[in-house]
Design a protein around this ligand. Sequence first.
Ligand SMILES: Nc1ncnc2c1ncn2[C@@H]1O[C@H](COP(=O)(O)OP(=O)(O)O)[C@@H](O)[C@H]1O
Ligand SMILES: [Mg+2]
Length: 271
Amino acid sequence: MSLPPWVAHFGLEKTPFGKSIAPGDLFARPAHVEAVARINFCVAESALGVIVGDVGAGKTVSVRAAVSVLDPTRHQVIYIANPAFGTRGLYVTIVRALGAEPRYLKAELMAQATDLLAAEEDERHRRVVMICDEAHLLEPAQLEELRLLTNAQMDSASSFAGILVGQPTLSRQLRMGTFAALDQRIATRFAVKAMDIGESAAYLRHHLALAGRQEPLFADDAIARLHRVANGLPRMLNNAAIAAMIAAATDGKDLIDDACAKKAAAELTRD
Ligand SMILES: Nc1ncnc2c1ncn2[C@@H]1O[C@H](COP(=O)(O)OP(=O)(O)O)[C@@H](O)[C@H]1O
Ligand SMILES: [Mg+2]
């Protein structure tokens, strides 16, 4: 497969800042490492945890990193990419993931999900790790379902690990009085913050090294500008870096200077 011209221009071995980065290649900044550690804690303790952060902060990649090292013979991971599937959805998803055909009546469905979760731990000796991404989209009725499930499970010996991952509004939703009971079950909560400028610089170097480039490519003032325009958020910084590299390649430059960063910034902030 041939490389895009802007990648070839800088003599890179592959396209940097791509979406499909292997879990082992992720940049181990402190917030990432800690998010992974919190998820591991939930898995080990069958606890409920909450991970929040702005769009593109690195929440989902931390989940992928944590899941990638779980022993599949000892864990049953149920990953819900988006919970916008109505109120039957949560139990149906669990029941299907555990290999059964969901019962039709809601009351039976809930009991079925509870029994299957218990059986997974007691009989198959596999821990269920339920991860709900974009959990800020959970509706009140779904949070209530989750509460019932944790009640049924967490008071007994058998249980599951649950991780809610979402935008910062999730914390506020959970703090509202109606969900106090669920909120009290949350053993660990962590906010994946944006990167500071030092981390953004290291992030850029990390991705370039993955593409085979050890020498500096971005000038310091360019890094500062890209960091600002991206608000320190990894996904935005990917886009900003790519735009700046394309600008540099178009102008025949070997390094990304602030003029290139300015062009990238103008491109990204244009509405
Ligand atoms: N620690 C990291 N190392 C490398 N790339 C990262 C890292 N964190 C985030 N990214 C990049 O940012 C993108 C967005 O991260 P993601 O976890 O999907 O954000 P969120 O789920 O918080 O919206 C990823 O696709 C990846 O390219
Ligand atoms: Mg995500």
